[in-house]
Design a protein. Structure first.
Length: 405
C-alpha cells in the first residue's frame, strides 16, 4: 500500500493539470488513468483531431504556470482576434474585436489532444506518481478519502480522492454526490473542414432554427485553410446530415453557413455526441472532490467546458496553497467548502446563460425573433456592453487566483 496526499482519478486535460498544479504546491500526488500517460510524438502535419477547445486568457495563464503553454505553441495553436455571432433566421449580428482589449487575442483554439500532450510532457518531468493504462478495480471510501485497488494489484491510499473521470464519473456515483441532469435535445456533429476563404483568425457562430453552428479557426497549412466545426442539431436532423456523403455534407454545411467561408472543399471524419447538461449538487463529500466534467457539463456553443474545468483546478489549488500557508489541514471540509463556494455559483451562472441562449434562439415565435435580432443589433452599437461581454469571454473578470495572475 502506498499512502500519499491526494489521488486524482482521470488523466484528461483537467486531471493532468490538477496533478501538475498540486505537485508544484509540494503535495504528494498520484494520477490514475485508463489510457497511457506517456506523451506522444507529434507533427504539425498529423491529421486534425476532431475535438478542440477555445481557451480563454485565464486558462492560458494556468497553462503557462504549469509550463505547458510552450509545448502547445510548438505543436498547433491558432489565436482568434475577432468573433462574429448572428441570427441565421434574421438580420441581427454582433461582432467583437481584440482591439478593445489589453491582450492581443480573444482566445486560442487548440486541439484537445495537443493540450493534453503538452500537459503529459510536463508530467513526465514531475514528481507525480503516474499510473497510466490502469483501471481502478475497486474503491474503498472511508468518509475521509479512501483506497484504490488497481488492476496491477497496487493499492493507493489518500485522505482525499479527486474525481476528474468525466461526465459519467464512477467515483462521483460511488461517493453518493447527486447531480441534476437536463437533456438539451440536440446532438453535436464535430469535424474539421477545409475552406475556400481564409478565416482571418475569426471565430464565427450562426444560430439556426435547428441549433447553433460554430466555425473555429485552425492553423493554415501549405496555403490551405481549415476550421473546426461544431454543429448542434435536433436528433432527426442529425441523422439526416450524418448520413450524407462527404460532398453532400460540404454543400449542406456551406449553405447553412451562408457561404461565409466560401466553398467547403473537404471534410474529415465526422463525430456525433449527444448533448446533456449535468451539474453536481455539491462539489465534495466525505473526502471525494469533483472537478471538470465530473462536476459539470454544459452546451458546447460557447466553448467554455474545459475553461470551467481549468478554473476548478486553479481555485482548488489556490485554496490548498492558502491552507498550507495557514498550517490548516489541506482537505478539511471547511477548506473544500471554500472551493465549492467559489466555483459552484459561477458554473451555475454559465449553465443558465447557455440554457437561455438555446431557448432564445430556438424559439419560433415571431415576437421573440424580433427581440433577439433587435438585441443583437443594439448590442453591436454599445461598446461598454460589448466590453463587458468580452471580459466574461476571456475569463479575466472572474475569480482568478493570485498565483496565476
Amino acid at each position: 500500500m502506498q499512502t500519499i496526499d491526494v489521488i486524482i482519478v482521470g488523466g484528461g486535460m483537467v486531471g493532468a493539470s490538477l496533478a501538475l498544479a498540486l505537485d508544484r504546491s509540494g503535495m504528494q500526488t498520484a494520477l490514475v488513468e485508463q489510457q497511457t500517460l506517456q506523451p506522444s510524438s507529434f507533427s504539425i502535419h498529423d491529421p486534425w483531431q476532431p475535438r478542440v477547445s477555445a481557451l480563454t486568457e485565464a486558462s492560458i495563464k494556468l497553462l503557462k504556470y504549469l509550463g505547458a503553454w510552450e509545448g502547445m505553441l510548438a505543436q498547433r495553436v491558432c489565436p482568434y482576434t475577432h468573433m462574429t455571432v448572428w441570427d441565421g433566421e434574421g438580420t441581427g449580428e454582433v461582432e467583437f474585436d481584440a482591439k478593445t482589449l489589453p491582450q492581443k487575442n480573444l482566445g486560442h483554439v487548440v486541439e484537445n489532444e495537443v493540450i493534453r500532450n503538452a500537459l503529459l510532457q510536463q508530467l513526465a518531468s514531475s514528481t507525480v506518481k503516474c499510473f497510466g493504462a490502469q483501471t481502478a478495480l475497486e474503491y474503498k471510501l472511508s468518509g475521509q478519502g479512501g483506497e484504490i485497488i488497481l488492476e496491477n494489484g497496487e493499492v493507493l491510499c489518500a485522505p482525499v480522492l479527486v474525481a476528474a473521470d468525466g461526465a459519467e464519473s464512477r467515483l462521483r456515483q460511488l461517493s453518493g454526490i447527486p447531480s441534476n441532469q437536463k437533456d438539451y435535445s440536440h446532438h453535436a456533429l464535430v469535424t474539421t473542414v477545409e475552406t475556400e476563404f481564409f478565416h482571418r483568425y475569426s471565430a464565427r457562430q450562426v444560430f439556426l432554427d435547428s441549433g447553433p453552428l460554430a466555425f473555429l479557426p485552425l492553423q493554415s497549412q501549405d496555403g490551405r485553410y481549415y476550421c473546426s466545426i461544431v454543429w448542434s442539431l435536433l436528433p432527426a436532423e442529425a441523422d439526416r446530415i450524418e448520413a450524407l456523403s462527404d460532398e453532400a455534407f460540404c454543400h449542406e454545411l456551406q449553405r447553412a453557413f451562408e457561404n461565409r467561408a466560401g466553398k467547403i472543399l473537404k471534410v474529415e471524419k465526422r463525430f456525433r455526441h449527444p448533448l446533456r447538461q449535468r451539474h453536481a449538487r455539491q462539489y465534495h463529500r466525505q473526502g471525494v472532490v469533483l472537478v471538470g466534467d465530473a462536476a459539470h457539463t454544459i452546451h458546447p456553443l460557447a466553448g467554455q467546458g474545459v475553461n470551467l474545468g481549468f478554473m476548478d483546478v486553479a481555485v482548488l489549488t489556490d485554496e490548498l496553497i492558502k491552507a498550507a500557508r495557514r498550517g490548516d489541514d489541506y482537505f478539511a471540509p471547511h477548506i473544500l467548502d471554500r472551493y465549492q463556494r467559489r466555483r459552484i455559483g459561477h458554473n451555475s451562472l454559465m449553465m443558465a446563460a447557455m440554457r437561455g441562449f438555446q431557448n432564445l434562439f430556438g424559439a419560433d415565435d415571431l415576437g421573440i425573433r424580433w427581440m433577439r435580432n433587435t438585441g443583437l443589433s443594439l448590442t453591436n452599437r454599445l461598446p461598454l456592453i460589448k466590453e463587458m461581454i468580452v471580459d466574461q469571454a476571456t475569463g479575466l473578470s472572474n475569480d482568478i487566483p493570485e498565483f496565476i495572475r
